[in-house]
Design a protein around this ligand. Structure first.
Ligand code: GLU
Length: 368
């Protein structure tokens, strides 16, 4: 399997195939696959739908189209059932992350999500993500878990995204209406024709259809994340994936993930401030592949929040040597500059990160 960190999106049709309550019917083979990936040294993050379906029978509604607050109540009670259902298939602990689009758009919350996922994975815990349906209003919603999974793949820096559904890939025509339809195994370019091939969902409980899956693949592949759409209801699909073959549709990554991230850092993000580095830190960053520690910082300029991009400047010659995402806001950074990482907690009363700019969140621009 040609990936190191994968986000696996499991649709409602698999979690709640009877459209009401949770089921283990398909989750067993999915969980076996997750465990096999972990045993092969891969890291797995799940994005699971199904909270509304799982809570449906527990909240009075009496209508085929319950109101939004009723659905939110269903999600609140169903999320517990859905998580309990997942946990029974794993020996390792599962963890719950409920997030909204508002959280992903906010830079400091974004970096909190990223740090949390990093630590969960380091500790062998499976992060299970869903949209926080109970609090999300329309404008703060991602709206469907396909797109949410793509955003989770970005924030967690995965190199693969697998969308498990009850369809086995993208077809050139609607396979339900036309038996002559052919499955497209590999898509290297997501053109308007590809979007046109995707028809709306036919499943009454799932939010996403093929359209949202293609949107998700578009977001992911643009950022270097290979994306698969496979049939998660067919256990043999997982054997094929483990053997390195493609049982569904593979959307090829448009560039290598590291390159995509470096380009994004370099060209897309606007720096909100400058951090001046002493000679030792400048050399460590440029030549030593190091993260930036507070001890190497001589000066902080500009106003920025945690999660904003900053320029790293060599204090001795004023050159911008690197650019990266800062773990602290300018206010707190001014207090810890020049100090040892061990002192951060004492000075600020919190310590989300011992490094100021993590190596993975940095692009080196020039010699020190
Ligand atoms: N967040 C929704 C749920 O858990 C699912 C959204 C989707 O299926 O795309 O029920």
């Amino acid at each position: 399997m040609n990936f190191q960190r994968v986000v696996i999106k499991v649709g409602s049709a698999l979690v709640a195939p009877d459209k009401n309550g949770c089921s283990g019917k398909y989750l067993l083979s999915i969980a076996r696959f997750v465990t096999a990936c972990q045993q092969a040294g891969k890291e797995v993050i799940l994005v699971s739908s199904g909270s509304v379906a799982a809570g449906r029978s527990l909240i009075q509604h009496g209508s085929p189209n319950p109101s939004i607050p009723t659905k939110q109540a269903m999600a609140a009670v169903g999320q517990m059932k859905m998580m309990a259902n997942w946990q029974r298939f794993f020996d390792v602990p599962c963890s719950q992350l409920l997030i909204t689009h508002g959280d992903l758009k906010d830079r400091s919350r974004y970096i909190n999500i990223k740090n949390t996922i990093r630590i969960l994975l380091e500790n062998g815990v499976i992060p299970i993500v869903n949209e926080n349906d109970t609090v999300a209003t329309e404008e703060l919603k991602v709206g469907d878990n396909d797109n949410l999974a793509a955003l989770v793949a970005l924030v967690s820096e995965a190199d693969a995204l697998m969308i498990l559904s009850d369809v086995d890939g993208v077809y050139d025509q609607d396979p339900r209406a036309n038996p002559e339809a052919n499955k497209i195994s590999v898509i290297s370019d997501i053109t308007p024709e590809i979007y046109a091939m995707a028809s709306g969902t036919s499943n009454v409980i799932a939010t996403g259809g093929m359209q949202t899956k293609i949107q998700a693949a578009d977001k992911a592949t643009e950022n270097g994340i290979a994306t698969y759409i496979v049939d998660g209801s067919d256990a043999t699909v997982f054997d094929q994936l483990l053997q390195g073959s493609n049982p569904g549709t593979l959307f090829e990554a448009r560039q290598a993930p590291v390159k995509a991230k470096k380009n994004w850092l370099k060209h897309t993000l606007k720096s909100a401030g400058q951090i001046h580095l002493d000679d030792g830190a400048s050399k460590a960053v440029v030549n030593g592949g190091a993260s930036l520690l507070p001890s190497g910082i001589s000066q902080v300029a500009g106003e920025f929040s945690a999660g904003d991009s900053v320029d790293l400047i060599s204090a001795s010659n004023g050159n911008t040597i690197a650019k990266g995402i800062c773990q602290y806001n300018h206010h707190d950074l001014a207090k810890i500059k020049g100090k040892n990482s061990k002192q951060i907690d004492n000075i600020l009363g919190y310590c989300p990160s011992k490094v100021i700019v993590h190596r993975d969140d940095m692009v080196v621009l020039s010699a020190s």
